[in-house]
Design a protein around this ligand. Structure first.
Ligand code: AVJ
Length: 332
């Protein structure tokens, strides 16, 4: 790293690249989830280095329209976002992932001559966070970058930001869909407190649509999503000394219309016993581990969600095929 890059890349209160006690937290969370009925594992466990790479492949699949639709909207509306948000914003990105979309926003702020006071990428994947922080710092040498490696589903402390900077939270990718609507509202209320009374949230949300389109997006012909799903077991084998046989768990994804969510499961193909961190976990034939929900919103449910969190919809943009939304929300 060059001297100027390291000056621009601020180490927050905690070193984002240092190791944490995440190991014991993982242990407790996994055993707790596997003791529930139905068995459950949290989707954040998808994103080890291999899982993050598999997700990048998912975003390129013909069936997985979400990323392309959102990029189409952000490309078309980045200037509007920069104009609405204005000068000296601190941009806080929840789940920066590969960090492609934020580049479009930073370019738009630059072309409107609106200097950005800070860029704060938050991500649970340490490797990806480091890549994004370094790349943005190199590409935008005047923007201070404060990476934070954290599980942002739990309350977190942000690094000190310039006092008068308006806070613009960016939560793309329809990751909000991973939360149950009650938890989504609680999470957005925390974001609302973080951005304060003059703050903004730019939110990517997948729209409710026909079951065939949704089912295909989460069960692609090439089997990449199945591999992504099963990778969670591979991770537990490695990190928690588990002995899952990946060939004995089948990927299942379907749209649950009543609950308005796509569910992903790993279904045990036979009765079996698996060991995880020294514990015996018994499966019946056909019993599943529920690994992810992706809630899909319509206009009413989106209104209810953002209003209950103290935001109002200032702009709501969709793509040409009307599959996805990017909402510009002001603090109400
Ligand atoms: C990254 C959470 C938005 O729910 O669509 C992709 C993850 N899961 N394929 C989604 C995912 C299966 C994705 N999010």
């Amino acid at each position: 790293m060059t001297a100027s890059l390291s000056r621009q890349l601020h180490a927050p209160h905690e070193n984002p690249f240092a190791s944490t006690d995440a190991g014991s937290a993982l242990h407790a969370e996994v055993l707790n989830g596997l003791s529930m009925v139905p068995k459950t594992l949290p989707p954040k466990l998808f994103y080890d280095a291999a899982g993050a790479a598999l997700f990048e492949r998912i975003t390129e699949l013909p069936e997985y329209y979400l990323t392309r639709a959102e990029l189409e909207i952000v490309r078309a509306r980045a200037d509007d976002i920069a104009t609405l948000a204005g000068d000296r914003c601190a941009l806080i990105e929840y789940g920066s992932g590969a960090g492609i979309k934020v580049g479009l926003l930073l370019d738009a702020f630059a072309s409107r001559h609106h200097p950005v006071a800070a860029y704060v990428p938050l991500d649970i994947s340490r490797e990806q966070l480091a890549d994004v922080a370094l790349r943005i710092a190199a590409e935008y040498p005047t923007i201070p970058v404060h990476p934070v490696c954290a599980d942002y589903t739990a309350p977190l402390r942000l690094p000190d930001l310039p006092q008068r900077a308006r806070r613009v939270a960016f939560f793309p990718g329809s990751t909000i869909g991973n939360f149950h609507p009650t938890e989504a509202a609680a999470f957005l209320r925390r974001v609302r407190r973080t951005v304060a009374d003059d703050g903004v949230l730019v939110l990517g949300v997948d729209r409710r649509k026909d079951a065939a389109t949704l089912g295909a997006a989460y069960d692609d012909a090439a089997g990449v999503t199945a591999e992504f799903n099963r990778n969670m077991l591979r991770r537990l084998n490695r990190e928690l000394d588990a002995d899952f046989d990946l060939a004995r768990f089948r990927h299942l994804a379907f749209f649950n219309d009543t609950a308005s969510r796509v569910e992903m499961h790993l279904v045990s193909t036979e009765a079996q016993v698996v060991h995880v961190a020294g514990e015996r976990i018994a499966f019946n034939e056909g019993e599943s581990i529920w690994t992810e929900s992706s809630y899909k919103y319509d206009r009413d449910s989106l209104d209810t969600l953002v209003t209950s969190a103290g935001f109002r919809i200032t702009r709501l943009w969709t793509d040409a095929a009307e599959r996805f939304w990017v909402a510009y929300l002001d603090a109400a």
